[in-house]
Design a protein around this ligand. Structure first.
Ligand code: ATP
Ligand code: MG
Length: 445
């Protein structure tokens, strides 16, 4: 993308309404604009990151064998009356009447709708196991929307639902989701720790939340520091293997890690003192196993292998896709701006032309721009007629992981400068070598 043709309305000053870094930086970097409290327009740069995260979530869900679909944002109230949650959900639910006076609602989650779809089409254990998911906007009329996309009212969420004939099958689905979520967050360059959680209004027996440690997080968390050393890495996972998923589940959930809602002082005291940690965290996902809670109330039954009618065992699983952008920035920024992990950066490489219109600089920038594009790296070429300081400040603010600076002085010696946004380290090299370097770095990501 050529910056002169892009829409990147950066702000020089800190917006007064933003209390935390990610909110401030998303506004300043021209990623979002508020439309109403907790409701945002996603400007091109923010939208690009949102799509990148959405794609990673899709890939990892499908790798685990889960099937994508799309349910609407508006739902009929009747289904929620059937499950008993229409009244329970309270003021967080946005209720709407259509022109015929029928009650609708903007979905805060989709257990009822998916259960309805399921019960109308699936009648035998032979169609199971099944896990369906979608990534769709949700609305929760939060009492205090705040921190930008971290606690919005309208937010983008992946929610998935598994259907199994028995508890054992549903527990495998639970473990499989935990493993696929670990992979998802790791791919985004994030460490998200699974912590035992309360089941809240969803109900059920088992639940884990995934928390990214950050001082600005809304949850208080207690954990054994050993849990932060764990990583899935690039080990091969067979998502159909009950043993392997169970093993990974145990590996990641055995060290003590809980939020204040489930914290147990006596258990925590058994963690060696030097490994006890108290911190704050951002919830970026949650998984639930709730057995037959919805299938009983909504009569979602299948015939079992023994020929009996049994309610299906279900779980639901959510990832806060839009909140993740806030979490990523909280975990990756400095006072100049955002520092995107390479896998989620909206533009992988920035090109700064120090002399726009220069006889030497322009052709080199063009060569780099075309070359990086050919290699599939999305470069952002700052081809505006601006001062060097302004160009560097924009690049630092929007956080391209790598920057190539092309100036007349360097080119006299045949070199450009390649700079790493995270470390600030720079190296001079020929333009061709800079192109090679970038290609190699990203072929490993
Ligand atoms: P919280 O405790 O933060 O209110 P929740 O437990 O009510 O969240 P879930 O029902 O578990 O939320 O939804 C799944 C995921 O959706 C959460 O883990 C979170 O990442 C995201 N999410 C929930 N509420 C919001 C919100 N208001 N704004 C942005 N993301 C949200
Ligand atoms: Mg939750």
């Amino acid at each position: 993308m050529r910056l002169s043709r892009y829409f990147l309305p950066v702000l020089k000053d800190n917006p007064a309404e933003a209390a935390i870094a990610s909110h401030r930086l998303m506004l300043r970097a021209g990623m979002i604009r508020q439309s109403a409290a907790g409701i945002y327009s996603w400007l091109p740069l923010g939208f690009k990151v949102l799509r990148t995260l959405e794609n990673i979530v899709h890939e990892e869900q499908q790798r685990a064998g889960h099937i994508p679909m799309l349910m609407p944002t508006l739902q009929t109230a009747d289904l929620w009356r059937e499950s008993g949650r229409y009244d329970d959900y309270g003021e967080e639910m946005l209720r709407i009447k259509d022109r015929h006076g029928r009650d609708l609602l903007y979905g805060p989650t989709n257990e009822e709708l998916i259960t309805d779809i399921f019960r109308n089409s699936v009648h035998s254990y032979k169609s199971l196991p099944l896990t369906l998911y979608h990534i769709q906007w949700k609305f929760r009329d939060e009492r205090r929307p705040r921190f930008g996309v971290m606690r919005g009212r309208e937010f983008f969420m992946k929610d998935g639902y598994n259907f199994n004939v028995d508890e054992a099958g549903a527990l495998h689905a639970y473990n499989r989701h935990l493993v696929s979520y670990l992979r998802t967050y790791e791919r985004m360059g994030l460490k998200a720790i699974p912590m035992q959680a309360d089941t809240g209004p969803i109900g059920g027996e088992h639940s884990h939340e995934f928390l990214v440690l950050a001082d600005t997080g809304e949850s208080e968390v207690f954990y054994d520091s050993a849990v932060t050393d764990l990583s899935l890495g690039d080990r091969a996972v067979d998502f159909d293997s009950v043993e392997q998923c169970q093993g990974i589940f145990e590996e990641f959930t055995t060290p003590y890690a809980r939020t204040d809602e489930t914290h147990d002082e006596a258990l925590f005291a058994k963690v060696p003192a030097e490994r006890q940690r108290t911190a704050r965290g951002i919830e970026v996902g949650q998984i639930f196993y709730f057995g037959t809670k919805y299938s009983e109330s909504m009569k979602a039954k299948v015939s079992s292998p023994e020929g009996k009618e049994v309610p299906v065992h279900m779980g639901s699983h959510g990832i806060g896709v839009s909140r993740l952008i806030g979490a990523l920035i909280e975990a990756n920024h400095d006072d100049k701006g955002i520092i995107w992990p390479e896998s989620v950066a909206p533009f992988k490489v920035g090109i700064v032309n120090l002399k726009q219109g220069g006889e030497a600089t322009d052709p080199v920038c063009e060569m780099l721009y075309q070359g990086l594009q050919l290699c599939g790296l999305d470069p952002l070429y700052d081809d505006r007629d601006e001062r060097a300081g302004t160009k560097f400040a924009s690049m630092d603010l929007i956080g391209c992981p790598w920057r190539i600076t092309v100036g007349p002085r360097g080119l006299k010696n045949g070199v450009v400068e390649l700079t790493n946004r995270r470390t600030g380290e720079s190296e001079e090299m020929s333009p061709e070598a800079a192109l090679d370097c970038c290609t190699q770095i990203f072929s490993a990501v």
